[in-house]
Design a protein around this ligand. Structure first.
Ligand SMILES: *Cc1c(COP(=O)(O)O)cnc(C)c1O
Length: 425
């Protein structure tokens, strides 16, 4: 479900015409829908008990206005760096709704999060646990922790976004979990509060979740028998979203919730979630303009002003994004088959092959759907292209929530070495 629809023959985000934003901001740009973000948060949170904490996974889309939109609904934040910690705080997420994940948290990051007083550290190794305890002792505090355990289940998603197998770098191996909990119980700077799992991203079946959560129940029972206080379980994120019209959609959040309430309902713990893509994915589009079309005899290319540096998912994961024209095509139009590409000098700068679109001309606008998660956050400046701007729509209003930097600003990031100053003028 999202709020990008054709109205009177042209694409709108809620009450704002995409073509109007394009005229104002230029292309390419990301456009997010507040109503869609809000809807996804509420649909996800709805079926769970009141005290459930939904910590939006900030890395999916970390624009401050996106986080703030969710914070106002009561969302927490799942962060993976001190940069994301500062963003979450700036966006108004209270520290007591922040959990900190990641395999390589550095001592300064742990220290800052302790000073702020976040809700929970999801610790991913024995070495991190020791470091965290030492820092907490120095500060005269204790760190509330859950251990992220690796249940070794196959999430049946793309290999590049699977995290819950024993060969992945994430979490503490299942067989070592009890020993590391016992260590945590003895460390002076550590307060054991829960257990954490996250098995991967864009998971489109319930079975992997079921296997993982059954193992969680078993582990909580064993840990409690060893005297550990497990009052929270963090079940991570990972529920997939529909990317391709016509494909079977992933399970609805209500089915996911029913599974969870059935499996972990009797544990009497608070439940924490870390959804990212499910909240932001279908709440954003990337809008781009046709620069040229080119017919090589064997193929027709649609050459856009957006490139892999703006949206890397197709190049990085072979991901599919539906691409639609901003001007609604006539019913029953005769489609042209295009390979949709960007201007970057790499063959992987190909968004899609053999897509059916109406006949397009330079200046026409297209929209990549489902681009709200892992889109703008992974954008870069390859080929000296300024970072792609972001726009947030709310009803009939819109705001540029990250402006397009000027080329001068991009060039000014470099410093010419003093011995080259004469040459590089
Ligand atoms: C990336 C990540 C998430 C969010 O995953 P989605 O698939 O976007 O829901 C949640 N938890 C952790 C630890 C992550 O690394």
């Amino acid at each position: 479900m999202h709020h990008f629809d054709y109205i009177r023959g042209t694409l709108y985000a809620e009450g704002v015409a995409i073509s109007e934003i394009a005229k104002d901001v230029g292309t390419p740009f990301y456009c997010y829908s507040s109503a869609t973000l809000e809807r996804h948060y509420n649909v996800f949170k709805g079926p769970f008990p009141q005290d459930t904490l939904v910590c939006y996974s900030v890395k999916a889309n970390s624009n401050t206005s996106v986080i703030a939109t969710l914070a106002r609904l009561g969302a927490g934040a799942d962060i993976v760096s001190v940069g994301e910690l500062r963003r979450a705080l700036k966006a108004g997420v209270p520290p007591e709704r922040i959990v900190f994940s990641g395999v390589g948290k550095q001592p300064e990051e742990l220290a800052e999060a302790l000073d702020v007083g976040i809700y929970q550290f999801n610790v991913e190794s024995e070495a991190e646990l020791q470091t965290l305890s030492d820092i907490a002792v120095q500060k005269g505090v204790t760190a509330p922790i859950a251990l992220r355990v690796n249940p070794d289940v196959d999430a049946k998603t793309l290999a590049k976004i699977s995290t819950g197998r024993s060969e992945n770098k994430f979490g503490i191996p299942w067989a070592q979990a009890e020993a590391v909990y016992d260590l945590a119980g003895r460390l002076p700077g550590i307060d054991v509060v829960g257990l954490d799992v996250h098995i991967g991203s864009q998971i489109t079946e319930l079975a992997p979740f079921e296997s993982a959560f059954l193992k969680v129940v078993e582990m909580v029972t064993r840990l409690r028998a060893r005297g550990h206080n497990i009052s929270r379980i963090d079940l991570g994120g990972g529920l997939g979203i529909p990317y391709q019209t016509g494909n079977t959609p992933p399970p609805h959040p209500d089915e996911y919730a029913a599974l969870i309430n059935r499996i972990v309902g009797d544990l009497e713990t608070q439940i924490i979630f870390e959804p990212g893509r499910l909240i932001a994915g279908n709440a954003g589009i990337l809008v781009s303009k046709v620069v040229y079309t080119k017919d090589t005899g064997t193929r027709s290319f649609l050459i856009l002003d957006a490139a892999m540096n703006d949206l890397i998912r197709p190049a990085l994961y072979d991901a599919h994004h539906d691409i639609i024209p901003v001007m609604q095509p006539q019913a029953g139009y005769a489609p042209t088959i295009y390979d949709v590409v960007g201007p970057v000098c790499e063959s992987t700068d190909t968004f899609a092959r053999a897509r059916q679109l109406p006949d397009m001309a330079p200046g026409d606008l297209v929209a990549f759907l489902s681009a709200g998660a892992y889109g703008a956050v992974q954008a870069g400046t390859y080929n000296t292209r300024p970072l792609v701007p972001e726009v947030l729509v709310c009803g009939g209003r819109y705001s540029v929530v990250r402006p397009r930097p000027s080329l001068d600003a991009l060039l000014a990031l470099d410093v010419v070495a003093p011995w080259l100053e004469e040459t590089a003028k």
